[in-house]
Ligand binder design. Structure first.
Ligand code: PEP
Ligand code: MG
Length: 540
């Protein structure tokens, strides 16, 4: 038996095989070929295989996600027939007498650069597509296979680290837990593990070796341990721990349908954080009062190109309808920093957390913002949707947002499309600047929601993504708590409500502190709703 120790991100015990996440980071080499005709044939064969794969994917997607979402695979097939693209590849092979891999990779880089430089956002988005189809051919030529993991049964996913766009594309049914070599406990992948209610351990280091792929193992998220080839004694002890945990969770079920009220009668709303429509099931199962944070950017991360207004509308409408009249607070696009989608073509930045992200993108690329607002407003006719805006630092930003909202509403009225005219709008309090002007901001909005993950990062000047700083990242720091209190007092002075949707909202050590501050809502991962309810009901 081998025991690996890392840092726990979420508790739970799971037993199964390890599946190592495979990433294609192939180095394409250039070499001379004598027989260019044979090399062209090699390329043609790979292209035909790629077309076959895309046809299969198109058919599967038609069944699983509908025509509109399946279209991307048709577009990719068309790209493979594009004369300019093909000519460039054949030209490089024959004129430079080089291998097909090099010709494909070079053409992909050139075409992607060309698309990125175009003014039109749609054409810019094609850069990611051309890279994607080319990658497919390269995988066939080099025999590298696809990224991801392959397993028939649910497995413990091991990786060096996972970025949000990789995590959201995993087949969740197949994931028992996460075990990574690196990563930070405040990252979005960690947040996702909490939402999925599965054990997750980070920082296992080099001890987590690729050779463990397929090995029988146990992940103990409570103690931050992974046991490879466990002995009988450990296996028995872990099975017992798993059963005890499940029994404890079952006991919490008794709290379903009960109020979130303290012994002295103070009430608080307990809502859920989600990243996807598929999370709504666990929101309802755990009896949340509503959704306090729907991270809409995950919708963008799952896509290869900008989700259309219709696609977004369907998602927001589905969530609102499934929540059957309960409040659903949807946060507008918070892309940037660790949440990157290729097709946004965001430039490399020295300090991405302080960079071009979230509302800053929306206020400068208003076409993207307006598409999302139209979809949100349209969906507001089907349930109790509220909208909130991330990374706010000034009253000026909120005023500009309101102007854009009014423009979108006017367009909808002109088109005769219904929406909720009195839709609630709020902002996230996740920068010290927002806290310091919260008395002004409170006049402009219906509510505040404190994003403690970023508020801690910016207040303490500590990168939430940097695992080396995990021990310094202290969301209990008095400065962070004072910021929350100040925002709460200023919201209440204007008769507005305030919630907490960062991870700190689920911190049971602080539930009483938040109640004393008069926080009106805590929005937590679905698995934490009943534990927080228990804590509230035990409080004086
Ligand atoms: C936060 O910053 O606390 C928050 C809720 O947003 P995210 O974690 O997605 O940045
Ligand atoms: Mg944030």
């Amino acid at each position: 038996m081998i025991t690996l120790t890392g840092k726990s991100v979420f508790g739970g015990v799971e037993i199964g095989k390890i599946a190592f996440y495979k990433r294609n980071s192939q180095q394409i080499k250039r070499w001379h070929v004598d027989d260019t005709e044979a090399e062209v044939n090699r390329f043609e064969l790979a292209k035909a295989t790629a077309v076959g794969q895309l046809q299969g994917l198109h058919e599967k997607a038609l069944k699983d996600v509908g025509e509109e979402n399946a279209m991307i695979f048709e577009i990719h097939q068309m790209m493979l027939e594009d004369l300019d693209y093909l000519e460039s590849i054949l030209h490089i092979i024959t004129n430079q007498e080089v291998n097909a891999e090099y010709a494909v990779a070079t053409t992909a880089d050139n075409f992607a650069a060309m698309f990125s430089a175009m003014d039109d956002a749609y054409m810019q988005g094609r850069a990611a597509d051309v890279k994607d189809v080319s990658e497919r051919i390269l995988n066939i030529l080099t025999g590298a296979g696809n990224a991801g993991f392959s397993t028939d049964e649910p497995a413990i996913i091991a990786a060096d680290d996972l970025v949000p766009s990789e995590t959201v594309q995993l087949d969740k049914e197949k994931v028992l837990g996460f075990a990574t070599m690196y990563g930070s406990s405040n990252s979005h992948t960690a947040i996702l593990a909490r939402t999925m209610n599965i054990p997750a351990i980070i920082g296992l280091g080099e001890a987590l070796k690729e050779e463990y792929d397929g090995a029988f193992a146990i992940i103990d998220g409570f103690d931050g341990k992974v046991y490879i080839d466990p002995d009988e004694e450990t296996l028995e002890a872990m099975k017992k721990k798993q059963a005890d945990d499940r029994a404890k969770k079952a006991l919490l079920q008794e709290l379903k349908g009960k109020e979130n009220v303290t012994k002295s009668g103070q009430k608080i709303n307990i809502y859920a954080n989600i990243g996807n429509t598929s999370d709504v099931g666990s929101v309802l199962q755990n009896d949340a009062g509503g959704i306090g944070l729907f991270r809409s950017e995950f919708l963008y991360l799952e896509n290869d190109t900008f989700p259309t207004e219709e696609q977004q509308f369907q998602v927001y409408k589905t969530v609102a309808e499934n929540m059957a009249g309960k409040k659903v607070i949807i946060r507008t696009l918070d892309i940037g920093a660790d949440k990157q989608a290729d097709y946004f073509n965001l430039p490399h930045e020295e300090n991405p957390a302080l960079g071009y992200r979230a509302i800053r993108i929306c206020l400068t690329q208003t076409d993207i913002f307006k598409t999302q607002l139209r979809a949100l407003l349209r969906a507001s006719a089907y349930g109790q949707i509220a909208i909130m805006f991330p990374m706010i630092i000034s009253v000026g930003e909120v005023k500009r947002i309101k102007e854009i909202m009014e423009e979108v509403k006017a367009e909808l009225r002109a088109d005769g499309i219904s929406y909720n005219e009195n839709i609630e709008t709020g902002i996230m309090i996740e920068t010290p600047a927002a806290v310091m002007v919260s008395h002004e901001l409170a006049k402009e909005v219906d509510f505040f929601s404190v994003g403690t993950n970023d508020l801690t990062q910016y207040t303490l000047a500590i990168d939430r993504q940097n695992p080396k700083l995990d021990d310094f990242y202290d969301p209990h720091h008095p400065a962070v708590l004072a910021m929350i209190k100040m925002a709460a007092d200023n919201a209440h002075a204007e008769g507005k409500w305030i919630g907490i949707c960062g991870e700190l909202g689920a911190d049971l050590e602080l539930t009483e502190t938040f109640l004393k501050m008069g926080i009106d809502e805590l929005s937590v991962s679905p698995s934490m709703i009943l534990p927080v309810r228990k804590k509230v009901r035990e409080a004086e």
